[in-house]
Design a protein around this ligand. Sequence first.
Ligand code: ATP
Length: 563
Amino acid sequence: MFTRRARNKAAGNAPPPKKSGAPIKKAQFESSKKKEVGVSDLTLLSTISDQSINENLEKRFHNGTIYTYIGHVLISVNPFRDLGIYTDEVLNSYKNKNRLEVPPHVYAIAESMFYNMRAYNDNQCVIISGESGAGKTEAAKRIMQYIASVSSAFGTSSSIQHINDMVLATNPLLESFGCAKTLRNNNSSRHGKYLEIHFNKSFEPVSANITNYLLEKQRVVGQIRNERNFHIFYQFAKGASDNYRQIFGVQMPEQYIYTSASGCTSVDTIDDVKDYQDTLTAMKTIGLTQEEQDNVFRLLAAILWIGNITFVENEEGNSQVADTGVTDFVAYLLQVDSQLLIKSLVERVMETSHGMRRGSVYHVPLNTTQATAVKDALAKGIYNNLFDWIVERVNKSFQSMQGEVHKSIGILDIYGFEIFEHNSFEQLCINYVNEKLQQIFIQLTLKSEQDEYVREQIQWTPIKYFNNKIVCDLIEAKRPPGIFAALSDACATAHADPTAADQSFSQRLNMVSSNPHFELRQSKFIVKHYAGDVTYEVNGMTDKNKDQMLKDLLEMIGFSILY
Ligand SMILES: Nc1ncnc2c1ncn2[C@@H]1O[C@H](COP(=O)(O)OP(=O)(O)OP(=O)(O)O)[C@@H](O)[C@H]1O
């Protein structure tokens, strides 16, 4: 976790010097103060090696001390239990304190951001990085909690309280729609989020803005064994009111394919019914009207029922909806004609063209596999649009309150680095984002620091570090092509057959195989990431990258009054 530093490094956020002659307060001997274990800043270690760093972190961790600095970067080790370190008392003990006066804590980071913004009139940003389950989202929430608390004390108007409530309400709302249980983390973020809190010239919070990055929408239609769909589906299925159960046909999660196929509908540490109530409260706090909420839940119900549409083969070997009762209900939820819905699922409209002129239109029947893919594309498309709409709606609520914006504090919380038994396009994207963050980290810390020593002609022993630019290039380079360029090229080669497109991708990967961080192995490839080696499966990558929402589906949805 690291923040943008103040311009004047030496000043830090030291309290103002005491006037001479002022009475000196009696010092308190804090018998309750925890004894320092190891060093609180790794730069104080006498020998710096992986082993000594790990030993120090471990020693502190066993003492219940999860935070340690390395210069101005805070390292946090997830305790996976309540250590009682986020109480109001602890929070208050960090207010107006220089971070060197108090033990390392995420509150100290938040305090220096708030101080630096005011003292140096500078925008602030904290980047939280770490592998999946490391505790990034928790840290982001603690920072938001701290900023809300100190900024409330800064002004007295009720609108400040309201803005802070809204900022905090974005957490349960976006977690419900954007987090899910994975094998690594019961509350894993499946999207990236950059939250900016805006302040006026008096440094009172006046609004906020959320930028959302790449939701893992594939999860809507399938999850690996013992993972779950997005939390909201289980909350809704278990907690919906009788009215919603009646009008939207809400069943328990076991009754829906999208929420039950992975064999996990409940999680020990999650109370879906309570969380559903929290989501509703958050929606109200953000300002969603009852009608807006109804439409959100109508679409969620539609997605769940879309998952239950199944296809059988007719005599010609083409797909046919197995139970039109299900499609009728989906059509009612989406407010579209049920025959139109069925047609858009079981056939594809193809149009020939003669030069610039439009040619004939053909209705090509789909087989059951193709129809299932179309059905899934519809569910993913609706959920992705719904998620974007929620983020936009939250931002609209903030904008409506907006006074003059002077400075901001930004908090970046993204999905962490992932290695699973089977890794696909989603993991490649997530791990690529983590590589890019690591690059920024290297630029902002190690490289810029060492460049400064060179500029100021300071003698020092250069620290060797792995610069992961080579891995970023491997994934994103245009020329020679990296993995993404190879993937785009394979998708562009108009292969209707996904297997042929995947093969073409695999062949193109030969071109990147000279990179020492890459290995091609038949239908798989290995990327040696900064955080570990990950084996990705080629199968299905081109389809996921194309992410086609068929024209017929878009037209069908266009008829819905919900859109
Ligand atoms: N400081 C902490 N104290 C106690 N428990 C924590 C702390 N940080 C994290 N946890 C626990 O660990 C779980 C995982 O943390 P979190 O969701 O913040 O990880 P993450 O790094 O955001 O993961 P992902 O990249 O998968 O989203 C939390 O749900 C919580 O139970």
